[in-house]
Write a protein that binds this ligand. Structure first.
Ligand code: NAD
Length: 437
């Protein structure tokens, strides 16, 4: 099949590359010329495990090309995916200017039947708006499909190649058949293509992300209660998660959710609810709890130092919003580090892949290290913000020798309080006992 993917970011680049990998001819389009130049040289502009190898391979096989020319890509392909940003506006709603702007260009460039497939996360009713925008400029036949994406950054390639399910929102039998064909290779083990109407499909994506965000905020509240009643949130998590109705995933207490999706999708769903005069009470609480969770963690650090952080050297491990990605969008590290700087701390940070991306947020106000041990040299405390695997079993003896004060604030509960007690550390985590020397 001849496919174009408009928007070559985390979703578009992974989708385009994986469609090429299954034998389709794919044109990836982006307005960012620098990105397109890099991609033509088979260099991935984002860090995503396994992606660059697949890009290289499919460019070599001549199934994957990159361009800034949308019009030509539209004319040359029958299936057009939109993987464009839908960032939050001030009132929480999703900004559709990219999606609707591109829909107009598609309308103007059509030269025959097209399936326009929307992978961006968009509010209920967007398929209708895309249809209107296209039909305003084109007399050609076309279908609009809502096909929300469920991949996880950090495991995006695997998620795309082996999805749990594919949601397809359209009433057009022709479009359903094309989508089933296209996705056939990814669901050979029997995972379903769930076909539904467009509105249900659009809402499914928001409901899924909001449900996951709710689980995180719920467990963070349980953790906060654990600290007051002297319980251990890790034990509670194991006890609760072993019930298959609850499940083990998304039950880890921490500094709250971040990233490009959960924060914006929860607030967009609240905004949609408001537009339809519905007060979505749970989601308002989910957002409040999440914001508060970062503050509570930062307060622990501030109160340990009696808010006197000038001349204190704080090491931070992990800057990206979660492990295995360089994505810093809405990363908890941003607010935490800004608070530390506000109180006069010197911040020495290390992230395995996000140092460069972090410079866009912190510039030269913090120091960046390529090695986690270099970051803790002379530190008065270590703050763990992102649970990269390489931080899970550090050489504590080495750290004791390097740090000025053996204090750890663990925002992800990756260490065992007992072990740190024996090693002589002062150790703060979330919803568990505090270890004081
Ligand atoms: P992104 O910001 O990484 O990528 C978007 C790309 O679109 C950028 O490269 C940008 O330059 C390009 N672009 C912007 N305007 C354009 C235009 N007019 N023409 C061509 N290209 C244009 O975004 P993303 O993370 O890939 O997310 C895209 C959509 O998918 C969003 O709606 C997001 O909510 C949704 N989504 C994201 C994820 C995720 O994990 N990142 C998962 C599921 C769904």
């Amino acid at each position: 099949m001849k496919i174009s993917v408009i928007g070559t970011g985390y979703v578009g680049l992974v989708a385009g590359t994986c469609f090429a990998e299954t034998g389709n001819d794919v044109i990836c389009v982006d307005i960012d010329e620098k990105k397109v130049r890099m991609l033509r040289k088979a260099k991935s502009p984002i860090y995503e495990p396994g992606l660059e190898e697949l890009i290289k391979k499919n460019i070599h096989e001549k199934r994957l090309t990159f361009t800034t020319d949308i019009e030509q890509a539209v004319r040359k392909t029958e299936v057009i995916f939109l993987a464009l940003p839908t960032p939050p506006m001030e009132d929480g709603s999703a900004d559709l200017k990219h999606v609707l702007g591109v829909a107009q260009i598609i309308g103007k460039s059509m030269n025959g039947y097209k399936v326009i497939v929307n992978k961006s996360t968009v509010p209920v009713g967007t398929s209708d708006r895309v249809r209107e925008a296209v039909s305003k400029y084109s007399k050609h036949e076309f279908d609009v499909v809502s096909n929300p994406e469920f991949l996880k950054e950090g495991a995006a390639v695997m998620d795309f190649l082996k999805p749990d399910r594919i949601v397809v929102g359209t009433r057009s039998p022709k479009a359903i058949s094309i989508m089933q064909d296209l996705y056939g290779p990814f669901i050979r083990t029997g995972n379903p293509v769930i076909v539904m109407d467009e509105r249900s499909s659009e809402l499914t994506k928001y409901a899924a992300n909001s449900m996951l965000a709710t689980k995180i905020s719920f467990m963070n509240e349980i953790a906060n209660l654990c600290e007051r009643v002297g319980a251990d949130v890790d034990m509670v998590r194991k006890g609760v998660g072993s019930d298959p109705r609850v499940g083990q995933q998304f039950l880890f207490a921490g500094v709250g959710y971040g990233g490009s999706c959960f924060p914006k999708d929860v607030s967009a769903l609240v905004k949609t609810s408001k537009d339809y005069k519905y007060d979505f009470k749970i989601l308002n609480a989910v957002m409040d709890v999440n914001k508060n969770q970062r503050m509570l963690f930062t307060k622990k650090i501030l109160s340990h130092f009696n808010k006197k952080l000038s001349k204190k050297h704080i090491a931070v491990w992990g800057l990206s919003f979660k492990p295995n990605t360089d994505d810093m969008r809405e990363a908890p590290s941003i607010m935490i580090i800004k608070e530390l700087l506000k109180y006069g701390a010197t911040v020495h940070a290390h992230d395995p892949v996000a140092n460069e991306e972090a410079k866009k947020h912190f510039g030269s106000s913090i120091k960046y290290y390529h090695n986690n041990y270099d970051a803790v040299k002379g530190a008065d405390a270590l703050v763990v913000v992102t649970e990269w695997n390489e931080f899970r079993r550090p050489d504590f003896e080495r750290m004791k020798k390097l740090m000025r004060n053996c204090v750890i604030f663990d925002g992800r509960n990756i260490y065992n309080p007992q072990v740190l007690r024996e090693m002589g550390f002062t150790y703060f985590s979330i919803g568990r006992e505090t270890v004081n020397d």
